[in-house]
Design a protein around this ligand. Structure first.
Ligand code: AMP
Length: 396
């Protein structure tokens, strides 16, 4: 079975066509600048060269049609016709409290996703546009919605409630939801599999450190806490997001800089994190290089970043009354040995540490703690597209 995995943004559309039997990626690509001048599609068939197709894309329906054309093209396509696309899996950012697992998409599901738009105004409407566009072009192909928030729906009330008046939860469903759920689920399951154990028997902390970053505590197969909240701004210091701060800072900056709350919000999302702290970059390769060249702010940002990761690990050890496995994943977690090593310096009290030789490996499944350590520290590359394809197949 071939599954088309779609991740639709307001002006972009990322896709992968995955064969569910071999789990091979047949082709992947990205439509950029949808609805703008200069729209283009980057399409890469497995084992082939990247093809850049410049073509107007007034809306997402045109973009989906161009993706189908590329996938079925005589020269760089990977299937003969639309008939060889058996299902579509859509990444949906916010499922609110309505979705604790993936679902087959129908009109009722679309309505329920729409009702979550308030909670993710930048993402959910774009995700829905992607669904509608695919429905127009692939009328009879079954589609599944896979939610970023679903895996975290097992969090207990004590972990998801904020210390705010209860009426805001009643009226607006203000609570912690968590994100990157597909990745936390995939990585914790894979970590257990690599160790030859059942996830149900383990306490696992997953550190998803990418441009956006979050940590989760997975106890006996279920998420019991995670660092992101109502929105993906809470928790760790990230590439450009500030993570946890004193909420009173918002009003303070607004007054001092004569900005609106919404402008401060933009600063906290787009101009903060390690980029804002270091004045260097949100990319950890640049940050590490600057630190090596003696840049004090880059060093400070990296130290603050890893200190925050270590503090969250500590709090989740407390939440689960112990930990068996700590797994690093995503762009930074998989590739940045320095971030893992700096975090590892705080793990002494758990009876574990990081082996420098094993830690030098990049982007591979590997145990990086030392033989005999009480806690296993490992790197487990995430694969959200594969997880979406698997869930799509399971549901149809
Ligand atoms: P993601 O959001 O998971 O795609 O992660 C993207 C981030 O991973 C980039 O912004 C970089 O900071 C980081 N990254 C990617 N490759 C490397 C690398 N080789 N070393 C350090 N950081 C990396």
């Amino acid at each position: 079975m071939n599954v088309l995995v779609i991740n639709c943004g307001s002006s972009s559309l990322k896709y992968q066509l995955i064969n569910s039997e071999s789990e091979a990626v047949l082709a992947k690509g990205l439509c950029e600048r949808i609805g703008m001048d200069g729209a283009r599609l980057n399409h890469t068939p497995a084992g082939g060269e990247k093809v850049v197709i410049e073509h107007p894309m007034p809306d997402h329906t045109v973009a989906v049609q161009l993706v189908i054309n590329a996938l079925t093209d005589a020269n760089y396509g990977v299937v003969k016709s639309l008939d060889e696309i058996d299902a579509v899996g859509h990444r949906i950012v916010h499922g609110g409290e309505k979705f604790a697992s993936s679902v087959v998409i129908n009109e009722e599901v679309i309505k329920a996703i729409e009702e979550c738009n308030d909670l993710a105004p930048l993402h959910n409407p774009a995700n829905l546009i992607g669904i509608r566009a695919c429905q127009k072009i692939m009328e009879n192909v079954p589609m599944v919605a896979v939610f970023d928030t679903a895996f975290h729906q097992t969090m207990p009330e004590k972990a998801y409630m904020y210390g705010l008046p209860y009426e805001y939860y009643e009226k607006y469903k203000i609570r912690r939801y968590g994100f990157h759920g597909t990745s936390h689920d995939f990585v914790s399951a894979r970590a257990a599999e690599i160790l030859g154990k059942k996830r149900e028997d383990l306490k696992i902390i997953v550190c998803h450190l990418g441009n956006g970053a979050s940590i989760s505590a997975v106890k006996n197969g279920k998420c019991v806490d995670t660092s992101m909240g109502l929105t993906p701004l809470e928790g760790l210091i990230m590439g450009t997001r500030c993570g946890d701060i004193d909420p009173a800072i918002v009003e303070f900056i607004a007054n001092k800089e004569n900005l609106s709350v919404s402008e401060v919000n933009t600063i906290m999302n787009k101009k903060s994190g390690v980029e804002g702290m270091s004045k260097v970059s949100s990319d950890f390769r640049d940050l590490s290089k600057a630190m090596d060249e003696g840049n004090a702010l880059a060093k400070m940002a990296l130290e603050a970043y890893t200190y925050r990761v270590a503090k969250y690990i500590g709090s989740y050890v407390a939440a689960m009354n112990g930990v068996d496995v700590i797994a690093f994943t995503a762009g930074i977690g998989e590739n940045d040995g320095r971030v893992r090593a700096m975090t590892g310096e705080y793990l002494d009290y758990l009876g574990c540490g990081i082996d420098p030789e094993k830690n030098a490996v990049r982007g591979e499944e590997i145990i990086i703690s030392r033989p005999g350590d009480k806690v296993t520290v490992m790197v487990v590359p995430t694969n959200e597209e594969l997880a979406i394809a698997r869930q799509t197949v399971a549901l149809i």
